[in-house]
Design a protein around this ligand. Structure first.
Ligand code: ZN
Length: 277
C-alpha cells in the first residue's frame, strides 16, 4: 500500500502535503482524511514551516468523499484516534453519523481553515463536492487552466457538502446556482468570482504555487498569522460559523430523511448525476 498522503519540503520554510490516491482520483476515505489531518498538524506545529501547500497527485485534485467505503459509521471510525471533542461514534442512527461527519468533515475542514499559517491549495483537474472541503479551507487557491469545481450533492438528496462555505466563496446567487444545477465552475469563472487567486497553465502549476509560497514565506511569521486571523475574523463577524452550523444541521436532517425513505444516507435516484472525475 502506498501512503495516501505525502509530506514534502520542496523549499526552505515550505511544507507541501500531497493527496496521493491518484488511482481513485484522490477520493477521501477515513484513512486519507486522518492522514491529511496529521500532516496539517505536523506542518502547523513545525516552527521551521511558514507556508503550507496542499497539492494532489494525478490528473484530478479530488473526486470527493469515497462513497465505496463500506461498513457502518462505527466500523468506519474504528482504529482512528479522534481529534475533536464530539463523541458517540459508535452510536446508532443519526447520532453516530452526525458524530462522524462533525469530526472528519466539518471539524477537519474548520480545523485546517484555522491553522495559524498561510495555506495554499494547488488544484488541477476535477474538484468535486468533498474536494471543495479540502480546497476552500486553504487561504489561497491556485488553479490549473483545466481545473473545474462542482458540488453535486443536491442531486444526491442533501443540501450541499458538510463544510457549507458556498455563500462566502461564491456569493449567495452563484452559490445557489452551483447547488441547484451541479454545473461545473471553470477555473476562470472561479477566479472571476474571487474563489480562485490565480489560473495558470497546468505545466506551471507546481512552480507557480511554490514561488508564491516562497514570496509569502519571506514575510514575518507573526504578521502573517495575524493577517490571516484578521481576515478570518471578518468572515466570522458576518455570521459564517453560525450559518455553517445551521447548514450542517440541515445536512444531517437530509441524511436522516434519506435513511428513513430510501434506507441509505443519500437519495439513490439522484446518484446518476454524479459527474465522472
Ligand atoms: Zn454527509
Amino acid at each position: 500500500m502506498t501512503d495516501a498522503i505525502l509530506y514534502e519540503t520542496p523549499a526552505d520554510q515550505i511544507a507541501r502535503i500531497v493527496l496521493n490516491r491518484p488511482e481513485s482520483r484522490n477520493a477521501q476515505d477515513t484513512g486519507l482524511l486522518y492522514a491529511l489531518n496529521a500532516a496539517f498538524d505536523r506542518a502547523a506545529q513545525d516552527d521551521a514551516v511558514k507556508v503550507i501547500i496542499l497539492a494532489a497527485a494525478g490528473p484530478h485534485f479530488s473526486s470527493g468523499h469515497d462513497l465505496r467505503e463500506g461498513g457502518d459509521v462505527a466500523s468506519q471510525m474504528t482504529g482512528f484516534d479522534t481529534v475533536g471533542t464530539w463523541c458517540g461514534f459508535g452510536c446508532a442512527g443519526a447520532e453516530g453519523r452526525m458524530a462522524r461527519e462533525k469530526e472528519i468533515y466539518l471539524g477537519f475542514s474548520e480545523r485546517w481553515r484555522n491553522i495559524p499559517k498561510p495555506t495554499i491549495a494547488q488544484v488541477q483537474g476535477k474538484c468535486i463536492a468533498g474536494g471543495l472541503m479540502l480546497a476552500w479551507p486553504c487561504d489561497l487557491i491556485v488553479a490549473a487552466e483545466d481545473a473545474a469545481f462542482c458540488d453535486n450533492t443536491v442531486g444526491m438528496g442533501v443540501a450541499g457538502v458538510e463544510y457549507f462555505a458556498h455563500p462566502w466563496e461564491l456569493g449567495p446567487r452563484k452559490a445557489k446556482e452551483l447547488l441547484f444545477t451541479a454545473d461545473w465552475l471553470s477555473a476562470v469563472e472561479a477566479k472571476a468570482l474571487g474563489m480562485v487567486n490565480h489560473v495558470v497553465p497546468a505545466a506551471d502549476l507546481a512552480t507557480f504555487t511554490l514561488a508564491l509560497a516562497q514570496r509569502i514565506a519571506a514575510k514575518p511569521m507573526f504578521a502573517l498569522k495575524l493577517a490571516k486571523e484578521a481576515v478570518n475574523a471578518a468572515e466570522d463577524a458576518q455570521g459564517r460559523v453560525g450559518a455553517m452550523t445551521t447548514a450542517f444541521a440541515l445536512h444531517q436532517l437530509a441524511h436522516s430523511h434519506n435513511m428513513q425513505v430510501h434506507g441509505m444516507p443519500v437519495d439513490p435516484t439522484g446518484l446518476q448525476v454524479r459527474p465522472k472525475a
